[in-house]
Design a protein around this ligand. Sequence first.
Ligand SMILES: C[S@@+](CC[C@H](N)C(=O)[O-])C[C@H]1O[C@@H](n2cnc3c(N)ncnc32)[C@H](O)[C@@H]1O
Length: 228
Amino acid sequence: MGIHERWLDERRHEHYYKLAKKTGYRSRASFKIMQIDDRFNIFKKGNLVVDLGAFPGGWLQVVKNRIGDDGKVIGVDLKSIKPISGVETIRGDITDSSVIFELSKRLGKKVDVVLSDMAPNITGNYTVDHARSINLCTCVVDICDRILKKGGKMVMKAFMGDMFNSLKKKVEGRFQNVKVYSPDASRSTSSEVYIISKGFFDNKMVEVKPIIPSFEKRNEFAKKGDLV
Ligand SMILES: C[S@@+](CC[C@H](N)C(=O)[O-])C[C@H]1O[C@@H](n2cnc3c(N)ncnc32)[C@H](O)[C@@H]1O
């Protein structure tokens, strides 16, 4: 990328940052999910949605607006999310089975949409960051096998790299329609893309082992998890 493109990218980044401040959204990322939904029609009024890696809550604000009062969204993050009216949150690590157990319990039924804007802690080492991102994405796919309803949708962030194609194949094995998209609000310098998937085949395709966290594990989660 040349100096001019870098300058333009910086300007665009700043534009969305200022717009988020001005319009009351908690993050610049809000505009990414708006642009994704405007193009791919992800949300419907009354939908049940799970947002993995939801802190500080920019996507949650957008989703809540778009699914309306009859819809419900639950956000999960390692960090505690300040309350948003009409939105439920869980503080926990999505790679921890007791957190997924708690999430499923709270949902009570399968969901229409699974979202993930998760990113690992960036080390600056491209190979490490890519591998960690793919690992998180693989967990998201596993969570879809557990909680996404037949015909459901998934939007998931991934960092590009040599393991990306095998991740995409895994997703293609589960959904009718899979697209890779980079919204305008993403930085062009970033390696992030979003995998947009529709038409979940449901989990008959794969063997899903039930999660039965030990009594100690459930207790541990009850102590550390924020149930807002
Ligand atoms: C880019 S931020 C999400 C921004 C959010 N979509 C918004 O609009 O405000 C990525 C989040 O993923 C979370 N995250 C990373 N790994 C996670 C994990 N294993 N479990 C839960 N959350 C995780 C991070 O804590 C971070 O808050």
